[in-house]
Design a binder for this molecule. Structure first.
Ligand SMILES: [Zn+2]
Length: 146
């Protein structure tokens, strides 16, 4: 593993796992860096409707907005679209005997959750970004242009 940009603290992709362990709580680390999943219904943002922007809890990048959040009743915060197409990375995840699409922060490549499509939710995209509350921090603020 190359770690040639360690002196640049903003280049999160080159952070070592030791650095992440120091920055994150054990529960945050288990989800963000080890692709864990928090239990359904316990996350602090599951049913939150507060207006604002959700940031990556690992690096602070803007990921999702309250205006794309919807009630999926799945037990995790759900969004039908990320804040911007390049805010997240999506890649195939074949763990646990399933084929799913993993969602990662594009800025630091930390695990956020999964995205599912074609479930029939009444949203503009029919996508459900199922994101762990512990992967995000909500910044309460008005969303412009809505
Ligand atoms: Zn991040």
């Amino acid at each position: 593993m190359f770690e040639n940009s360690l002196n640049d603290p903003t280049n999160y992709k080159n952070w070592t796992e030791a650095q992440w362990r120091e920055k994150l709580s054990p529960n945050e680390y288990a989800v963000l860096r080890q692709a864990g999943t928090e239990p359904p219904g316990v996350g602090e943002y599951t049913d939150t409707t507060t207006e604002g922007v959700y940031h990556c809890r690992a690096c602070g990048a803007e990921l999702f907005r309250s205006t794309e959040k919807f009630h999926s009743h799945c037990g995790w915060p759900s969004f039908y679209s990320p804040l911007a197409g390049d805010a997240v990375i999506e890649r195939t995840d074949t763990s646990h005997g399933m084929i799913r699409t993993e969602v990662l922060c594009a800025n630091c490549e930390s695990h956020l959750g999964h995205v599912f499509e074609g479930e029939g939710y009444d949203t503009p995209t029919d996508l459900r970004y199922c994101i762990n509350s512990i992967s995000m921090t909500l910044e309460e603020k008005p969303i412009d242009g809505q």
